[in-house]
Design a protein around this ligand. Sequence first.
Ligand code: ATP
Ligand code: MG
Length: 405
Amino acid sequence: MEFQRIILVHYHEIGLKGRNRGVFEKRLQKNLEALLGAYPIVTIHRISGRLLVFLKEGTSLELANECADAILGVPGVARVSCGFKCEQEMEAMGRAACIALAEAEPFQTFKVSARRNHTTFPIDSMQLNRDIGAVLCEEFPAKIVQMKGQDVTVGVEVVEGSTYVYARSIRGIGGLPVGSSGTVVSLLSSGIDSPVALWRMARRGAVCVGVHFSGRPQTSDASEFLVDDIARVLERTGCIGRVYVVPFGDYQREISLACPPGLRVILYRRLMFKVAEEIARRERAGALVTGESLGQVASQTLDNIRATDAAVAMPVLRPLIGSDKLEIIDAAQRLGTFEISSMDAPDCCTLFMPRNPETHAKLADVEAAEAAYPVEEWVQALADAAEPHDYACPAYRPPRKTKAR
Ligand code: ATP
Ligand code: MG
């Protein structure tokens, strides 16, 4: 191959004015460098509002496309374009455009869109559009130039001594780079909803730390394996740094022995929130996240949400609160966690469940029932017993003193 393959990574510029911008770009660059270790990449540069991924000489189209697919799913990436680097010289640019366009098949219509940045290159972008368009028309006589609604746009960017030419271009996941919005602690069951909720926060730039409450030792550790599988899927986009597994079964048992049955679930959930909040403090996180959606199950009524929220001081974010189950399932399928989440595993949710859980708990009744237990002591004991499992997340810094296993 005559030209070196490159991948251009575009990001949205909204909200990126002033000092934010450099931080955002550096974060995205670092995340991509860490996540793309398996691909033949020479280097990643920042260049006039884009990141440029340089692939090794001789990289095949298949591998370049695979690499582009991996980039697409990374938060902060608005668009990915595959093409070539060439000289600032018309003939080379024309040849590179022909190869790039051929790789964008199948298509019917196209146009050329050139951009010239801080350059002494003598030909302006309008003229570049016409000249390279003419070369392409000759090479692809069956294709039609179309200025609006075209199938393919051939990008030609003349910038800093080189030219980058591309045609195959795909929309990315969007959002902000993980690490640009602080840290959240996400309550992660092995169900369908919570991985999607975590992912929504990651897409807005939050580093996520999961907390999973296992029914162990009252149940098996099956749910813990599912959560680990889920975390490994999330890990591919660099959004999850750690998952704490909290053996919760004995505490549920304690609660179930004396608590009015209707209030059990709310007491379990308040204790979960408190432990998650304590872990969030230790992780210097700013909020808790759950996968709740209004009215989906008994514990997700407004009254019960209020009764659980009152247990903690930290904000509880619920990115799925207004989503329907089918939308959440679609999102889980795209994310790649649906199949894992659909497997059955007993976790603390299935343990010691009352026959008729209260759907409109009164906070005063809940607090009275809870007063029978040494909750603050339990919270510290459970947070101390939480078992950290680490995942590759370039933006995550673990707190001191908690070694992962
Ligand atoms: P999911 O599909 O996420 O399991 P769900 O529809 O089963 O949710 P609930 O069981 O009421 O609903 O759980 C609501 C939220 O509480 C979950 O989305 C999750 O954030 C949190 N949660 C529930 N069970 C656990 C658990 N065992 N460990 C950690 N968080 C949990
Ligand atoms: Mg569940």
